[in-house]
Unconditional design. Structure first.
Length: 266
């Protein structure tokens, strides 16, 4: 099935190549800092992916030397800027929810600094690959704020509570090399190799059985909020579902016939 035409955006690029959608934050002059428009567009981009079953994996990246510098601080000075709690409830939290609820995997191609809510966006991806010069910075404390957009929940789970506390309280930046050491990124590559490495990872994810990928993402997510007993039962339920798919039959046939599987999502 051919993907629907890509919707138009002014602060990001939304490109579809085969089964992979690439979302590129594109305000490089402001290090891709997030404005009201860019937040609305980012949510719309993830909604467009959710509505398009032909897309099986997403790459999220930034144009220029930054991944994303978080909230556009100049915009916060405008007289009609929303109160912070409303801004989070209305604009940031829906993006993070959409990313975590998306039944397709998101590869974060972290091309440069990911600061404040920009770091939270990186944390909300399923897999991160970083360019050598990239870094993660919880810049909130320096401006008298607390980590938000899911950072307090996601980061301790990704790097452990001690490193998360250091980053959150002391505002220590995490280099790409340290991010790999702490497991936050799966790989660090030279900047010029990042788009290709991210594409290869996304194409690989897009070639897996879609329902199994979706339920693996959900099982990993839901396992954080329950005990072993509920994880065991969830696995049995999800396995019952994917075990009944044509893709499971195809996977076994491909293994026995020593060929690559052709998954259809059926
Ligand atoms: C920027 C920004 C930026 C505007 C660089 N805004 N222009 C949620 C609820 C609602 C409101 C509050 O916020 C939140 C969540 C948050 O995200 S709070 C955290 C907000 N982000 C920050 O505090 C990070 C601010 N930026 C930085 O600390 C640095 O720019 C980093 C470490 C990201 C990069 O440093 P450098 O590589 O040294 O670049 P630079 O500082 O020279 O920035 C380059 C340009 O980008 C510069 O503009 P200019 O016109 O002077 O060239 C900056 O003003 C602009 N820029 N971040 N967030």
């Amino acid at each position: 099935m051919a993907a629907a035409p890509a919707p138009a955006f002014s602060t990001l690029r939304y490109e579809i190549d085969g089964a992979v959608a690439t979302i590129t934050l594109a305000r490089p002059e402001a290090l891709n800092a997030l404005t009201v428009t860019s937040k609305e567009e980012l949510l719309r981009a993830f909604e467009a992916v959710a509505a398009e079953p032909a897309i099986r994996a997403v790459v999220l990246t930034g144009e220029g030397r930054a991944f994303c510098a978080g909230q556009d601080l100049k915009e916060r000075l405008e007289p009609d800027a929303s109160p912070l709690d409303a801004e989070l409830r209305d604009r940031y939290n829906p993006i993070i929810r959409a990313m975590r609820a998306l039944d397709r995997p998101i590869v974060g191609a972290i091309n440069g600094v990911a600061a404040g809510a920009g770091a939270s966006l990186a944390f909300a991806c399923d897999v991160r690959i970083a360019a050598e010069g990239a870094s993660f910075l919880l810049a909130f404390g320096r401006i008298g704020l607390i980590p938000d957009s899911g950072a307090t929940w996601l980061l301790p789970r990704l790097v452990g509570p001690a490193k998360a506390a250091e980053m959150a309280l002391l505002g220590e930046p995490l280099s790409a090399a340290d991010a790999e050491r702490f497991g936050l990124v799966v790989r660090v590559v030279p900047g010029e190799r990042l788009p290709e490495e991210a594409r290869v990872a996304a194409v690989r994810l897009a070639g897996l059985a879609p329902r199994a990928v979706a339920l693996t993402k959900r099982a990993l997510e839901e396992a954080w909020t329950g005990g072993l007993e509920s994880a065991l039962e969830r696995e049995a339920r999800f396995q019952g579902e994917v075990g009944a798919t044509a893709d499971h039959v195809e996977g076994i046939a491909a293994f026995l016939e020593k060929r690559a599987p052709r998954f259809t999502g059926e």
